[in-house]
Design a protein around this ligand. Structure first.
Ligand code: NAP
Length: 339
């Protein structure tokens, strides 16, 4: 029967079977493409979010800057958002280990978190870190990187090392995947160790320490946060030095007469008690040297190179690269000489 005007053959409306399937497949391919884009966007903006705590601190700032340069999505947690570093594209949130309620938002939808050890009295810090780890558990964070200290042990001569040891135990107990970076004492610490006469006193004897630059510690933390390896790693400088050697090397670097004078733990405590009331501060200051004397920070490791593909810097390389850091030591000399 011939088709009347306005009446179209059904064949023009019903797609041939194979064409219908093709259209359906095209629709499915489009849908899959859209879904994949959503997954990628989620990964980029959400699940791949890296959290760094203590964002106004020196290690955190540097680690954040390095990761931002590489395009990572960052959330910076700080107790003082107005002091947070300006990092392109980074989200800034207020968070304090001492206020657990502030931590849930900070740890939400984070793939990996760098928990920078906070400040506090010995014996109290581990509890602060535990609050952070518990928030990470609630938020199901994929991996926690904790910044600890070389020689962390319940029997350490240095009170903070005992806190770090306890913090590490709390972290392990969470069941979350984790990496512990046990930083050696920073080379930067020596900038505050010499008195106005250029003498560093303390009971470290002739034992060596594998001191590391803050820069290498920050670079290692950034690399590990981006690609967490798991495990516990000592982060050290390239060589182990006695404090007498450290003083000689700083003397050559700054042109100032600097020296190390060993003393007993008892005379160290007695000397410091005259100007420091809090006995735990005295114990910390003397314990820093005693931990070195006990060989707690003596061993070098290849961690910096393994994770950053760059050898750690020695004293000369570090303070030549960042001359402003050792300015305080040079200025002290200018004051001594009245200039
Ligand atoms: N290996 C060593 O020789 C050595 C020497 C010094 C320190 N350390 C340890 O290494 C860590 C990092 O070193 P750094 O040089 O970057 O120290 P830093 O410049 O003193 O920064 C530490 C940051 O920790 C954050 N913080 C303190 N209390 C906190 C709390 N209750 N809750 C959350 N965050 C808190 C603060 O950040 P916000 O103000 O932004 O919250 C602070 O800026 C230190 O925190 C310390 O535990 C090691």
């Amino acid at each position: 029967m011939p088709a009347s005007p306005g009446h179209r053959s059904p064949s023009r409306f019903v797609l041939p079977l194979n064409e219908s399937i093709l259209r359906k497949e095209r629709f499915n391919i489009g849908q899959i493409f859209v879904q994949r884009c959503i997954v990628i966007m989620t990964l980029i903006t959400g699940l791949n979010m890296l959290l760094i705590t203590g964002a106004s601190g020196r290690i955190a700032r540097r680690a954040a800057a390095l990761l931002a340069q590489k395009g990572y999505s960052l959330r910076l947690m700080t107790r003082h958002p107005q002091q947070a570093p300006a990092v392109d594209g980074a989200e800034v949130v207020r968070g304090d280990f001492a206020e657990p309620a502030t931590l849930d938002g900070a740890f939400a939808e984070v793939s990996a978190a760098l928990v920078i050890s906070g400040s506090g009295k010995p014996g109290e810090r581990a509890q602060l870190h535990r609050n952070a780890f518990e928030a990470a558990v609630r938020a199901r964070v994929g991996h926690v990187v904790y910044l600890s200290l070389q020689g962390a042990s319940p029997r350490s001569k240095y009170l903070y090392s005992r806190d770090h040891s306890l913090s590490e135990q709390y972290l392990a107990a969470t069941g979350l995947p984790y990496t512990v970076l046990r930083n050696a004492f920073y080379l930067d610490m020596f900038l505050e160790k010499f008195d106005v006469e250029g003498v560093m006193r303390g009971p470290a004897n002739e034992t060596r320490g594998a001191f590391v630059s803050r820069e290498d510690a920050a670079r290692t933390a950034a690399a590990v946060l981006a690609n967490p390896p798991g495990g516990t790693h000592d982060v050290t400088g390239p060589e182990a030095l006695s404090l007498a050697e450290v003083a000689r090397r700083f003397s050559a670097l700054t042109g100032r007469q600097l020296r190390y004078q060993s003393e007993s733990g008892e005379s160290g405590r007695e000397r410091l008690r005259k100007r420091e009331e809090a006995s735990w501060r005295v114990d910390l200051a003397v314990g820093w040297f005693e931990a070195i004397a006990a060989g707690e920070l003596e061993h070098t490791s290849d961690t910096v190179f393994r994770f950053t593909r760059k050898e750690p810097m020695n004293i000369e390389q570090y303070f030549t690269l960042f001359p402003e850091l050792s300015q305080s030591l040079r200025l002290a000399q200018d004051k001594d000489s009245g200039s």
